[in-house]
Design a protein around this ligand. Sequence first.
Ligand code: ZN
Length: 279
Amino acid sequence: MAEGHAVHGTAQRLRAFVGQPVRSRSPNATFDAGVFDGQVVADAQAVGKHLLVTAHGVGPTVHLHLAMDGAFAVRRHRRVLDGAFPRTEPPVHGNVAWRLLSATHHGELTDPAVCELLDSDGVIALRARLGPDPLRDDAEPEAARRRIQSSRRPIGALLVDQKVIAGIGNVYRAELLYRAGLDPFKAGHDVDDDTFDALWQDAVDLMTLGLGAGWIVTDEAQLAAARAVLVRDERVPRWPKRYAVYGRAGKPCHVCGTTVQAQRMGLQRLFWCPGCQAP
Ligand SMILES: [Zn+2]
């Protein structure tokens, strides 16, 4: 499952089309992509795990959710084409829901969970049902604080509830709770202000770094190394992933030696260390 940093990464790549007229169609007829055909793309942005793409002078917004299997590949043409868009299109392979072509780029969306046109009311309704997204400048963490501190549900369930915070998935949930030393079963209303502030700030920091690196980094040594690479404006290599608890059920905690536990919480398995994250 793509977590928020990956969806924001897709939005960044889609911005290659911004300001350009595009040829737009839906080879497998998922939606009416023709409304964007010949139009100039205005913006591509992520809100949590959702993507919103708009074009100048076009009413509806394209709303995408990639979920488990979806992908939006964007690549540069091998040679920049003359004129607005290519005359001939490359053949379609696979289950392509949306194809975008500009003079410089080719984008192909495959197997999305959601690919639809939304009017402005639909966009407002979508935004209203999502909590603040740690990767967005306009995020209002107070909304997440209120929802968490007024809930009896466990913090482990609240963190991945997209109505509470948008963008956190199963890996970030496990690692954020571990880094905060927080018992995942603690009720939301027992999470104090300082704990919430630290959790939110860590989510902002880790997910921002994850967006820059292109993969989820949560290990302190790897975080330091990745920051050093990003400061030099270089690409962070895909080092072997080192998690504290995620995917480590039955193995000893690196810090306290307690056996890492896992159990279903919400739709996915939650991983935690009962030693470091004691009630
Ligand atoms: Zn531990």
